[in-house]
Design a protein around this ligand. Structure first.
Ligand SMILES: [Zn+2]
Length: 508
């Protein structure tokens, strides 16, 4: 007999809503990860994912249901423990042969079967055997050196094809017109509407004729902004605010050259700035991995120290970097924005909700499926240890962008110093590669789950988005009605070609 793991534990409750109110603050969740009714079993279930194990509150739908009978006999409490096996049928045959009483036979549940061993044979516990195929068990495709979390769920069974759960959908569009550039010959110009494989939201990929890009001389901008810069070393101590003692007894946090202090123009209860280094202007190709790491570590420590104390609801620690004016940055001096908030933004909220649904449907975390799909594909850009960068199937940037995942970490505060330094090193390399492609500005945002999240649905992600002026003299924005008013991503480069260009620039 081989047991893979504890599959789930069931608590019999009289009133499911009351039980949710009792348990959810402890579980750190606002709602079940999986809420369902099982009519044949006459139960209503609130299921929560706890590190790959199901924790279920179950209420009877009828007075003659098994749960109602259990409560009548024993009162509310732990009713059932379920063990995950490779085959329920093989397991009950083996147990029958050893003389264990089985209640009925195998019963269907979703795409698996389960069966019960009678409590009289096992110390009064209703023991369930279930061959539910948790896809996160199947990490057979993982190379040596995968994290301990992944190994903990390793199973010998052959896995489904890596990333097979990720579906990429696109619709080709063809515009027909008489082209004046070719003597008004009939031309067909193709574009594409792609669907985001997680959320289903659409993005457009079009091909514009676009001149080659070169980095302009930025020294006039650097010089013009230096005298009034609040983040330069000669001014920063006197013109930036300090936190009151109840938030941060030190007032500000320092690590290496990086300094964290409150945003004088906060946009949430906890809104901080990290001046990354002392130099007023650092060209994009010369951003230093150590300086970025120190700044991210300050952000991490600030989030870790403040989230629990100052955020009554789920706290998200969001870190963003707007670099140089096309990105919206109001200061040339390199700096991060950090907010600790219960309002993480619409995009992240939608993503997290979709990831919860994906985990319910496939039994595998979305980021794991996505990572498996992208690291094997043509959009892969850079991989170092737990960090993978690729070009997303639906880019947010007009000239493409890059997306990252840090394997098995839900938040920045879960990352070790070493993992943050590794991420910073890949980020510096990526920024240098974009600089070689003629870019000089970007947005970067880290996408975490909430602090203390345990569902496993989400891994810490990042998105690096090069920003530019469409016309270098007009300074017109690369964001317009499509992105802002229609909520539609729009790219002028094919992500696959962009990934190839980035790989080449990384190797240069
Ligand atoms: Zn400065």
């Amino acid at each position: 007999m081989k047991i893979n793991k504890i599959d789930h534990v069931c608590i019999a409750v009289r009133d499911l809503e009351a039980a949710r109110r009792a348990w959810e603050p402890i579980l750190g969740k606002e709602a079940p990860d999986d809420a369902y009714e099982d009519a044949p079993e006459k139960i209503r279930v609130a299921r929560y994912w706890l590190g790959g194990v199901g924790f279920e509150l179950i209420e009877s739908l009828a007075p003659d249901g098994e749960v109602a009978k259990f409560i009548e006999r024993h009162g509310e409490g732990v009713m059932l423990v379920a063990f995950n096996v490779d085959s329920t049928r093989a397991a009950i045959e083996e147990l029958k042969a050893r003389g264990y009483p089985i209640v009925g036979g195998p019963r269907p549940f979703r795409d698996c079967e389960y069966a019960f061993v009678h409590p009289k044979a096992v110390n009064g516990v209703l023991l369930e055997l279930i061959d539910y195929r948790w896809r996160e068990l199947a990490e057979a495709s993982a190379p040596p050196g995968e994290g301990a979390r992944d190994r903990a769920f390793a199973e010998p069974r052959p896995a489904t094809r890596a990333g097979a759960q990720v579906e990429y959908r696109a619709r080709k569009k063809t515009a027909r017109l008489h082209d004046p550039r070719r003597g008004f010959a009939l031309a067909e110009i193709e574009s594409e509407v792609r669907e985001d494989p997680l959320t289903g939201e659409t993005a457009r990929i079009c091909h514009f004729a676009f001149p080659p890009r070169t980095v302009p001389d930025l020294s006039p901008i650097a010089e013009a902004t230096r005298a009034g810069c609040p983040f330069c070393p000669e001014r920063i101590e006197s013109v930036t605010p300090r936190y009151p003692a109840e938030v941060l007894p030190e007032g500000r946090l320092r690590r290496g050259e990086a300094l964290l202090f409150p945003n004088l123009f906060p946009y949430d209860d906890l809104s901080a700035i990290v001046a990354i280094e002392r130099a007023h202007f650092v060209p994009m190709h010369a951003l230093r991995a150590e300086a970025i790491a120190d700044a991210l570590l300050l952000a991490r420590d600030f989030i870790a120290r403040s989230a629990a104390a100052f955020c009554a609801r789920q706290a998200f620690g969001i870190v963003t970097w707007n670099y140089m004016p096309p990105s919206g940055a109001s200061q040339v001096h390199p700096h991060l924005q950090v907010i600790v908030t219960d309002a993480p933004g619409n995009a992240l909220a939608r993503e997290l909700a979709a990831e919860t649904r994906f985990l319910e449907r496939h039994g595998i975390p979305w980021p794991q499926a996505l990572r498996d799909a992208e690291r094997a594909g043509e959009r892969r850009v850079l991989e170092e240890g737990a960090v993978l960068w690729w070009v997303p199937y639906c880019p947010a940037g007009m000239l493409g962008d890059a997306q990252a995942l840090i394997r098995g970490r839900a938040t920045l505060t879960e990352c070790s110093d070493e993992e943050v330094r590794l991420f910073a090193a890949t980020l510096a390399r990526l920024a240098a590669a974009y600089a070689r492609l003629g870019h000089w500005s970007f947005n970067l945002t880290l996408f975490p789950d909430f602090e203390g999240a345990v569902s496993g649905r989400h891994w810490l992600g990042a998105r690096f988005l090069p920003r530019f002026y469409l016309h270098p003299e007009l300074h017109n924005s690369d964001v317009a009605y499509l992105q802002l008013l229609l909520g539609e991503k729009f790219s002028m480069v094919r992500p696959e070609a962009h990934a190839a260009a980035l790989r080449e620039a990384l190797g240069a």
